[in-house]
Write a protein that binds this ligand. Structure first.
Ligand code: VGL
Ligand code: ZN
Length: 215
């Protein structure tokens, strides 16, 4: 039988970007993105501690194709800090698209971490922005709270979940991505590349039914 995980006081569930714009019909709809909502709701009940992340861009954000004349959505360009994918407009501060899904039901979440609010820096990761040096403060928060293991669910598997998992690992947390509670954008094989990367780094990829098991 595969490994099972009993959830305790040193575990936190990071629920990544379950917002209207990342669900079908949204500005940057992830295929089947809405399917993670009931999964996240169910998982969250097994955790005493939950943190939500919220992609939260100002109008005219650098990551929008609409802010970079001559670019098309999903094309990669070079910006000051390196390559950056051009996205359709999404998760603009204060809009309906930026709100959490109305059916996301995690009232006991202890922190909502917003990211991507610097106009000239994107932030896939909940820990570091895409320049790889600007911190969001989340690592310090989780350490001060005494968390050691970070489980992750949400959108998108191959962008915000991937970079958050990598950075949590780099910050020496024990990381477990709950793969069936995530959905991918899958640009040019990015979902398969993410699975490979997790394997290489030793980041756990687990299924939701293995989480919260008690003897
Ligand atoms: C995301 C692209 C742009 C994500 C956010 O949540 O995975 N992807 N902004
Ligand atoms: Zn974004």
């Amino acid at each position: 039988m595969s490994e099972r995980f009993t959830i305790g006081e040193r575990d936190v569930l990071l629920v990544v970007d379950i917002q209207n714009d990342f669900c079908p019909g949204g500005g940057l709809g992830v295929p089947k993105g809405d399917e993670v909502v009931p999964m996240a709701n169910r998982l969250a009940k097994k955790f005493a501690h939950v943190v939500l992340t919220q992609d939260w861009h100002p109008r005219g954000h650098l990551s929008f194709a609409s802010s970079n004349p001559g670019t098309q959505p999903f094309q990669t360009i070079e910006v000051a800090y390196g390559p950056q994918v051009m996205w359709p407009d999404h998760c603009i501060q204060g809009t309906r698209g930026a709100e959490f899904r109305a059916d996301l039901d995690i009232p006991h979440a202890e922190l909502v971490l917003r990211k991507g609010y610097h106009r000239a820096i994107d932030s896939y990761s909940a820990f570091y922005e895409n320049d790889r040096t600007t911190h969001t403060g989340l690592a310090g928060y989780l350490r001060e709270r005494g968390f050691e293991r970070v489980f992750m669910a949400g959108l998108a598997f191959d962008f915000c979940v991937r970079y958050s998992a990598e950075d949590a690992h780099r910050e020496r947390f024990n990381v477990m991505v709950i793969e069936d509670a995530c959905r991918a954008i899958d640009l040019e094989g990015s979902a398969a590349a993410t699975r490979e990367l997790f394997k290489t780094l030793g980041i756990g990829c687990v299924m939701a039914d293995a989480v919260g098991y008690r003897e």
